[in-house]
Structures are given as C-alpha cells and as structure tokens.
Design a protein around this ligand. Structure first.
Ligand SMILES: [Zn+2]
Length: 147
C-alpha cells in the first residue's frame, strides 16, 4: 500500500465533477487500499477520491456504526433530520465551521466488487456521507458554512 497526496482547496482539481466508476478491477481495489491508508494516516473521517486527484465517484468513510465503508457511485435516496453541526475537511486544513446537513440518510451505492447496497447512515456518519458526495460534485463544506 502507498500513501497518496491530499490536494487542498486552492487546487482547481477539487472543483471538478467526478465520473461514474464502471471498472471494478484489482486496479480499483489498489486505489481504495491506498485511500484507506491515506485516510488513517491523516486521521480523518472520510476521503473522497477527488481529494487524491482521482476523479471518480467513490469515497472511504470511517463510520461509527459500520466501521470502514467504501461508497462507490453513491446516490442519496432519502435525507431527513436536518441539523447544524461542526465540520472540517482534510483539503481545508485549519478551517472548521457549522454546516446544515441531514442526520439520517439512506444511500444506494456499490462496493469494490460492484455489488449494490442500500444502507442507512445516522448522525455523524450521515454527515460524513453527504460531505463526501459533495466532493464528487466539486462542492466543499466551506461553500455551505453558516455564520
Ligand atoms: Zn472533505
């Protein structure tokens, strides 16, 4: 495994749209393994592929409820319980702020083998999923920060 470089908010790549993942080969697994190592080392909660310069719709999340979850091609099916909570991002070092997000989210996504899942995430896990899906659309939490 190898640690990858996390790009920061001033890198124009971070604003790009990520593409659908359609190749679930060992090459994908290698990227996801490296993303996991990068996330653990950075002591973050979530890392989207775009944050390591890979423009595909996937992220690794360390959840409270399920442990490490890889969400590939995620789609938000339901989003409830909007609340404001404190947030940060590995691509925006030194910045934290309050963001309104759903705290109960049901996602459809694929795992690293392409298998489809429907799963409900709660609390900070739901926030993290929405934060990472925003990354896949070129959106940063600082765009949504409240006063
Ligand atoms: Zn982030």
């Amino acid at each position: 495994m190898a640690r990858l470089t996390i790009i920061k908010q001033d890198n124009p790549l971070i604003r790009k749209q990520s593409k659908i993942v359609d190749d679930f080969s060992p090459r994908l697994h290698e990227i996801l393994d490296n993303m996991q190592e990068t996330l653990f080392h950075a002591r973050g909660m979530g890392l989207a592929a775009i944050q390591v310069g890979i423009l595909y719709r996937m992220a690794v999340i360390i959840t409270e409820e399920y442990g490490v979850v890889e969400i590939i091609n995620p789609i938000i099916k339901t989003a409830k319980n909007q609340r404001v909570d404190s947030e940060g991002c590995l691509s925006c070092p030194g910045i934290s702020g309050r963001v309104r997000r759903p705290h109960l989210v049901t996602l459809e996504y694929q795992d690293r083998n392409g298998k489809k899942h429907t799963q409900t995430f709660r609390g900070i896990d739901a926030v993290c999923c929405c934060h990472e899906i925003d990354h896949m659309n070129g959106i940063l939490f600082i765009d949504k920060m409240e006063q």
